[in-house]
Ligand binder design. Structure first.
Ligand code: NAD
Length: 368
């Protein structure tokens, strides 16, 4: 494994390997880019099959955070952390407190949050060791569960996509196929139904389906969701569901949902564009959760979180405009918008920051 070669190709700034044998800690923090601000991204705990697998995951995820923050207009960079271990068996106070000290040693260059395998109790242990944690419990002034804000932000992205594709963003005029009625999906279904939309839903979990049906959604089979006659496909479960097998079945005109990494490959994004199906890039649509935790720096409140999530509408409109301007598919336009922002802000060199000079030993006397 040629680490510097890898870092060169992925353009990572820093990778920190954290080891504490007493606590059983093996973790990796990847800081991808801090041009816009400190690297923020969740901590994942997973029983990776190998160290290489853990490294690949943290590198991929941290890079994704750079793009998500940049396209969302946030003054944040991209980072992510992984702990190698089984979240069902290997958690302990010592493990998280040891990891919290590693985070603290980075002096705010990396700020962590919850991700797969981590819950609010684990965050409490981290929080005992470092302030550089967001998504802490509301009793500590944190923002709590981000999913309602992710869902609200997703709705803004959907509206921007409807406006672009149909010239009208009245959600109640359209039908939606929502895959996954978990934390984000059920909140999104509620918002869609509140606006009078027709909603089809599917989920592995019957309880989630039942809850959606109570809100007025129509249940369809797990595989049937791809064939539904609806205007919008909204993936809110897994990644890679937009692929060479599913796209030919689509009757949809828009793909816009909260799930991460919806496109199986770049070709899937090209294929959607070729078929005239508007794809709302996932990391721009689902940024409401990131926006929500980022507000903790200034003091979280609900109004602020909702106000910031509304900007997702404009971010998506800009992405679609860039796609049209440069004649590229929307997934490429989102990357371009993120890269352009990082480049422009990175170039800003103020001639003088306006900080007063101090001249030790010299005193100005107003009377003289
Ligand atoms: P969740 O685990 O609460 O919900 C996911 C739901 O999808 C579950 O109910 C599960 O049963 C269902 N599901 C899984 N596979 C399925 C399949 N093949 N068909 C139908 N249903 C299936 O997760 P969540 O927090 O709601 O997140 C949903 C997606 O949004 C994930 O991809 C996540 O990465 C992304 N996301 C979430 C947030 C957030 O704030 N929670 C923020 C950004 C992105």
């Amino acid at each position: 494994m040629e680490l510097f070669e890898t870092m060169g190709s992925t353009r990572h700034e820093q990778i920190v390997f954290c080891n504490n044998a007493d606590a059983g800690l093996k973790a990796i923090i990847a800081i991808h880019n801090t041009v816009l601000g400190p690297a923020l991204g969740g901590l994942r705990m997973w029983p990776y099959g190998s160290e290489q697998e853990a490294l690949d995951d943290v590198l991929r995820l941290s890079r994704g955070m750079t793009y998500k923050a940049a396209v969302s207009g946030l003054n944040l960079g991209g980072g992510k952390a992984v702990i190698i271990g089984d979240p069902r068996k290997d958690k302990s106070e010592a493990l998280f407190r040891a990891f919290g000290r590693f985070i603290d040693s980075l002096n705010g260059r990396y700020i962590t949050a919850e991700d797969v395998g981590i819950d609010v109790n684990d965050m409490e242990f981290l929080f005992q060791e470092t302030n550089n944690v967001v998504g802490v419990h509301q009793v500590h002034g944190g923002s709590g569960d981000p999913s309602p804000y992710t869902a609200f932000g997703t709705l803004q992205g959907i509206k921007a996509a409807l406006q672009w594709q149909f010239g009208n963003q009245d959600v109640g005029n359209y039908s939606f196929a929502v895959q996954g009625a978990g934390h984000v999906g059920i909140n999104l279904i509620r918002l869609l139904r509140d606006e009078g939309a027709k909603v089809f839903v599917t989920d592995f979990n019957k309880e989630c389906v039942d809850e959606a049906v109570e809100l007025g959604a129509e249940a369809v089979g797990l595989d049937e969701i791809y064939d539904v006659e609806a205007d919008v496909f909204s993936p809110c479960a897994l990644g890679a569901v937009v692929n060479e097998k599913t796209i030919p079945r689509f009757n949809f005109k828009v793909v816009a949902g909260a799930a991460n990494n919806q496109l199986a490959t770049e070709e899937s994004g090209d294929e959607l564009a070729a078929r005239g199906i508007l794809y709302a890039p996932d990391y721009a649509v689902n940024a409401g959760g990131l926006m929500n935790v980022s507000i903790e720096f200034e003091g979280w409140n609900r109004e602020r979180a909702l106000r910031m999530s509304r900007t997702i509408y404009y971010n998506l409109s800009k992405i679609f405009t860039i796609a049209e301007r440069d004649k590229i598919p929307s997934y490429k336009a989102a990357d371009r918008m993120a890269e352009e922002r990082i480049e422009m802000i990175g170039k800003l060199k103020l001639p003088h920051m306006g900080k007063p000079h101090r001249f030790p030993g010299r005193e100005r006397n107003n009377n003289s």
